[in-house]
Design a protein. Sequence first.
Length: 206
Amino acid sequence: MIFGYARVSTEEQSLDLQLDALLKEGVQERNIYTDKVSGIKAERKNLSKLLDHLREGDTLVVWKLDLLVRSLIHLTKLMSDFEQKGIKFRSITEPFINTTQDSPHSKFITNIFGALAQLERDIIIERTKAGLESARRRGKVLGAPKGLSQKNKQRAELCAYYFKEGKLSVSEICERVGVSRATYYKYLDYTDLGGKKRKYRKKDSK
């Protein structure tokens, strides 16, 4: 079965262009899921429902790739999940992104995204190290959580640093460090911030 996903960033924007394109591609209206939410937000309720609904043999079609994913890591995770579950994917305006056929081209695209995602993960690790070093230079010493790998300790420490700094929202912290919201809260549990995490509010910028 063919499913479609469409998204705009605000309530004022129209989905008509994307919906017309999906219908033209043979997606039935009842199989089109939509969201009106910014692309930087991790929570997209109807996208989550769609991903839970997809089964082996299904195909997901979108108008444009960035309407579906937030980052290369997010994209590669989706592509890996799709491959494992036997789900195909295609972008209408980016015809080179197409895994609907079992071909060398499809495998090449998947491998390219995997390589780019690894690059982004490496960049996040370097950014994490830089953030921790910046915190230490300011005299903000963060405890190293126990029971985690060295790489994840660094991420946990950075989550704690951004939490204490209070300048970023939870979603922004997760995007910057490269972790899910659940992992972010788990990392805070490794610190003395566990009891405060649910009360977190982003400070107003001045």
